[in-house]
Design a protein around this ligand. Structure first.
Ligand code: NAP
Length: 308
């Protein structure tokens, strides 16, 4: 079968090659991939690919072989899945605990945009705690995680301020419930109960200064690739005290499959609207990765093997 392999080359990070068919463990189903999405974190991994690793964590498709241990969906079921790797391919083996059946009417292209960004947003909500009536600041909000988090947090009663590069990058966030869109962290009007920071560089320190006393900054990424510096004495430009909390979406007491089922049910009930800024044929994956890297995607980018 065909699958994308890493090249280690920055400009053309993946190449389509022939690889062996998946060899599923007993608790794994084999999924015929219809669509997948690509994530910023994967672009980072592609810069220094581990030996034998193939990219691909977010897929939607059809089960063509059910798990030998009897767990999970039957052959023919349409699913969304979050394998740890190897999903940018014709077929992939996925543990049945990392997939969920698609409700009637949920398109695989839409479902493929959900796993990593959606799971992260859902778990960021849990990490943030009760948000009704709370003021939330989110940097790097125009990406995949930002759109999901904003819609869910706003629906939960939070007052969300989103930081995006331009009005165009913030337009959909406003429709999804963001109360304020700013294009520079410095312009965000605090104080905020919770700050979600994923840009890095000076963004973290600036956002930290917007926190209310004893508020929480959840640090979950570094999209700019620039490490933040924190000046203890600048802290007093903001709160007298606060918590900086590291976040990793894989640290979850809820299995991926259950959270994926929640996300697709939200989509099916019209409570979550994936923002898919780019859909392309899977053969265009190398170009789409470059577009994502250079901030050319609003929300998620999805590659399809069947359409476009
Ligand atoms: N800790 C975890 O478990 C976890 C889980 C998922 C994602 N992440 C990380 O969280 C961040 C957001 O994830 P995502 O999937 O939403 O990423 P994404 O879709 O690429 O969105 C990142 C956003 O950051 C903004 N940004 C600001 N400065 C940037 C710069 N110099 N370079 C690139 N982007 C910049 C961009 O918005 P504008 O162009 O509008 O400024 C972009 O839309 C990423 O860094 C990702 O690696 C962490």
């Amino acid at each position: 079968m065909k699958a994308f392999m890493p090249t280690g080359d920055f400009e053309r990070a993946v190449i389509l090659r022939d690889v062996p068919e998946p060899d599923p463990a007993p608790d794994c189903a084999v999924v015929e991939v219809e669509a997948y999405s690509v994530n910023r974190g994967e672009t980072f991994q592609l810069e220094k690919p581990a030996t034998g690793w193939r990219p691909g964590k977010d897929v939607a498709g059809t089960v063509i072989r059910s798990a030998a241990d009897g767990s999970g969906p039957e052959v023919g079921a349409r699913v969304v899945a979050h394998p740890p790797a190897a999903g940018w391919a014709e077929r992939v083996a996925v543990q049945t605990s990392q997939l969920a059946k698609l409700p009637e009417g949920v398109d695989p292209i839409v479902a493929a945009a959900l796993p990593l960004a959606g799971l992260s947003a859902l778990r960021l909500l849990r990490a943030a705690g009760q948000l009704a009536g709370r003021r939330v600041l989110m940097t790097g909000a125009s990406g995949g995680v930002g759109h999901y988090f904003t819609e869910l947090a706003a629906a939960g009663g939070a007052e969300v301020t989103a930081v995006t590069a331009s009005p165009e990058r913030g337009a959909r966030l406003e429709e999804l419930g963001a109360d304020h869109i700013v294009h520079d962290v410095a312009d965000a009007e605090g104080p905020f109960d919770v700050v979600l920071e994923s840009v890095g560089g000076d963004s973290l320190q600036q956002a930290l200064c917007k926190l209310r006393p004893r508020g929480t900054l959840i640090w979950f990424g570094q999209a700019s690739r620039s490490a933040p510096t924190i000046d203890f004495f600048r802290f007093w430009e903001g709160p007298t005290s606060g918590t900086i909390r590291h976040f990793d979406y894989t640290d979850s007491d809820v299995p991926d499959g259950r959270d994926l089922a929640t996300l697709v049910s939200y989509v099916s009930k019209g409570r979550l609207h994936p923002e898919i800024g780019l859909v392309a044929n899977w053969l265009e994956t190398p170009d789409v990765l470059n577009t994502l890297r250079t901030r050319g995607v609003r929300g998620n980018a999805v590659l399809t093997r069947t359409g476009v």
